[in-house]
Design a protein around this ligand. Structure first.
Ligand SMILES: [Zn+2]
Length: 282
């Protein structure tokens, strides 16, 4: 077993793996932000406004896939959060967060809703927590303790919440990590109230006919090469993803990027459509 994997397993068993990872992520975040601040002049101007921090720029920072991930991303033209205008130079918010935030702002009135937020992103969590009752959860809660200490430990395929509990759930770019994603979708359906919404954005390809996946895979190098990230187990096709959600019981409508393009000013990712997902009212 490679030394790095051995150490990570050892630390995880000792219960100090996630705090270290959280610390590591914080260091990366602040270093990148410092570096961006040094380059402020190259972003100066107007044209795009961050819907998280309110700052405006001529452009946002682009983000390209790492070398080991690029093959899969480019092979199927996966819409996965890469390209121009992705990261806010001021608050470092990501295009995929800003898209969901704009949906929350314009398409929903979440006041006093009970929201399940899986793998909570900081900016979205903050927005939700100011307006609604949020339950934050993840299979590795320690990973998110820099956001809130109140993250519950939950396995998305075996949620412990009662049926019909939540008005909304958000799992933004989560399902592509879960081998038994269809079981997770059925669990999401179960814990949502009739008529409740789900925001379950994933990386997807319009060029793939079928979903590409290997549920049993446990090889980060291979996963990068095949699926574009070391901890992904699939790349969804747009139609295949909608079919799985429908099979789980959801009503699904795909809103193409062209219908969201009025939000370009918030530097949302060009090409990315939105999956409108709802549990039927009955
Ligand atoms: Zn910002």
């Amino acid at each position: 077993m490679p030394m790095k994997q051995f150490l990570l397993r050892l630390l995880r068993r000792m219960g100090i793996y996630h705090p270290l990872q959280s610390f590591y992520r914080s260091c990366i975040f602040y270093t990148q932000r410092f570096y961006l601040r040094l380059q402020f002049k190259s972003f100066a101007g107007s044209g795009y406004t961050c819907n998280v921090c309110g700052h405006s720029y001529l452009k946002f920072k682009e983000d390209e896939p790492a070398h080991e991930n690029a093959h899969a991303i480019r092979k199927w033209n996966v819409i996965a959060g890469y390209g121009k205008n992705i990261i806010c130079p001021y608050c470092m918010s990501h295009a995929r967060e800003r898209l969901v935030l704009q949906v929350l702002k314009e398409k929903m009135d979440i006041t006093d809703w009970h929201v399940l937020h899986l793998s909570p992103e900081k900016n979205l969590y903050t927005f939700l927590a100011q307006r609604s009752r949020v339950t934050a959860a993840d299979i590795q809660p320690g990973f998110y303790h820099h956001i809130t200490k109140g993250v519950e430990k939950q396995d998305a395929t075996q949620l412990t919440y009662p049926d019909n509990t939540f008005d909304l759930m958000i799992a933004n770019h989560v399902l592509e990590h879960i081998p038994e994603d269809e079981q997770a979708m059925r669990e999401f359906f179960r814990v949502l109230k009739p008529g409740a919404r789900a925001i379950l954005q994933v990386p997807y390809s319009n060029e793939l006919e079928d979903i590409q996946e290997q549920k049993e895979i446990n090889d980060p190098e291979m996963q990068s090469r095949l699926f574009g990230q070391k901890d992904h187990v699939r790349v969804y096709s747009c139609n295949g993803y909608m079919k799985r959600l429908t099979n789980a019981g959801f009503e699904v409508r795909f809103v193409p990027y062209e219908h969201l393009s009025q939000w370009y000013v918030y530097a949302i990712q060009a090409q990315e459509g939105f999956f409108e997902i709802q549990k039927p009212v009955i």
